[in-house]
Design a protein around this ligand. Structure first.
Ligand code: GLY
Ligand code: MN
Ligand code: MN
Length: 439
């Protein structure tokens, strides 16, 4: 998948994972499958993130096996065999030789031989690490291999006694980004931030939402981030109040705001940025007031990010600022504290401050440990994305606020001394946005 991650780093990842596996165990991880989009055509293939993290191997129809302590090699890869005819139609295949030479496998076999070979590797191992339940078809095959061993018990075979989950160790490793991963994520966020600037410059009344999506996608692709990390959201006016709005069909109107949530994936790593700006280039007085609340909520959340703080601290900081702002403008009645305590603020801010970010846009990693919110540590990357959404049909508030949706989202690395915003290339101060749109 990635030249930006060295062969040595992939090897270190496998080593660290194997060190955490129980004795006498084996891990089995399947590659992602190709998905049909319509007859004879597939969605662009994307490798499974766990599989990619441990191998860098970019092909479907592959299975990686980790066997700590195996004499003939600990990292075994089953993959598609070389096939001249298929390669003319579908492209290059590494084949087992390439798996060894280019991807560091100790041993590699054609995937078509897996039923004959893998049971022999599992046999005699006490424990199998396998993420059961993610891929029903592959679950069946794993059970088939285990049953094949069970059938040979009377000839002396010993089937494994235990199935274990690899996710916990593996996902904790993925949560902490290496220097090479941080470089990639910073680059991805930088490209996406620039793409948001392009969209701001291209925006005008009468432009369609999908046209801004196209501006973003074109810019990211030209810079190497060919695939979006998730479907781009471009919501003009009240469409911004639909959190995962991806229709992107409407025409943008003078006087409305437009919310764009978009980020490219680069070499398997995601970026995730949201900016909200006026279609015409100038915020109205009321839009400014609501926008300023979200901006201040984000600043407060960022100030609550540092090693030793808890995952929930930035969220709580954002809730307080948003609730204070809503009370001040009269969208919420009563005291700030009572609106926080009874959750009334959720009518306007119904999601959380963010999520881990990495190979997956909503990345892996636990948010709580031992029942407590996780302590933030250097090397974690998270989004910080407070929002404020006033439903168009909310008759509890003055009509001038209705149908306004605002979110400001940045990608943030936790560092030794605090944090670093990776996506600062996209303006978010009102004056800076208006200046950029005037260009
Ligand atoms: N783009 C999805 C999210 O912000 O979580
Ligand atoms: Mn987002
Ligand atoms: Mn996000």
């Amino acid at each position: 998948m990635s030249n930006a991650i060295s062969k040595q780093e992939f090897a270190r990842r496998r080593q660290r994972l194997m060190e955490q596996m129980e004795s006498d165990s084996i891990a089995v991880l399947p590659a992602a499958r190709e998905k049909v989009r319509s007859h004879d055509t597939h969605y662009p293939f994307r490798q499974d993130s766990d599989f990619a993290y441990l191998s860098g191997f970019p092909e479907p129809d592959a299975v990686m096996v980790l066997i700590p302590g195996r004499d003939h090699g600990e990292f075994v890869l089953f993959c598609r065999d070389k096939d001249k005819a298929r390669e003319i139609w579908d492209g290059y295949r590494a084949g087992p030789v390439g798996a060894v030479n280019d991807y560091g496998a100790d041993d590699a076999f054609p995937i078509d031989d897996i039923d004959d070979i893998l049971p022999g590797m599992i046999e005699g191992r006490e424990r199998v690490y396998y993420a059961m339940g993610r891929n029903a078809e592959f679950d069946k095959r794993v059970m088939g291999w285990i049953n094949a061993i069970r059938q040979k018990v009377r000839s002396g075979a010993t089937p494994p006694g235990e199935f274990l989950d690899l996710d916990h160790f593996l996902h904790d490793m993925r949560l902490f980004k290496s220097a090479a991963e941080i470089r990639l994520m910073e680059k991805a966020a930088g490209i996406s931030a620039e793409a948001h600037c392009e969209a701001m410059r291209a925006c005008a009344p009468g432009v369609h939402e999908f046209q801004l999506e196209a501006v973003i996608q074109h810019y990211c692709a030209v810079r190497g981030g060919r695939h979006p990390a998730y479907t781009t959201i471009v919501g003009g006016g009240a469409n911004a109040c639909v959190l995962h709005y991806i229709e992107n069909k409407a025409k943008l109107k003078q006087g409305d705001l437009v919310l764009i949530d978009a980020g490219c994936e680069l070499e398997g790593y995601a970026s995730d940025i949201t900016r909200t700006f006026p279609v015409s280039g100038r915020f109205s007085k009321d839009q400014r007031r609501l926008y300023d609340i979200v901006l201040r909520a984000q600043a407060a959340a960022l100030e609550a990010i540092a090693p030793g703080k808890h995952w929930n601290d930035p969220h709580e900081a954002s809730v307080r600022v948003i609730t204070e702002g809503l009370v001040e403008l009269g969208l919420l009645r009563g005291s700030v504290q009572s609106n926080i305590d009874d959750g009334k603020y959720k009518d306007f801010y119904m999601h959380r401050i963010g999520h881990w970010l990495g190979m997956d846009v909503h990345d892996v990693g636990d948010y709580k440990v031992g029942g407590e919110w996780r302590v933030l540590e250097p090397g974690m990357v998270m989004t910080v994305e407070p929002g404020l959404y006033v439903a168009a049909d909310n008759t509890d508030v003055d009509a001038r606020w209705r149908g306004i949706g605002i979110r400001i989202e940045d990608d943030v690395l936790i560092t030794k001394d605090g944090y670093r915003v990776l996506s600062s290339g996209a303006p978010k101060e009102i004056a800076d946005i208006e200046a950029m749109m005037a260009q």
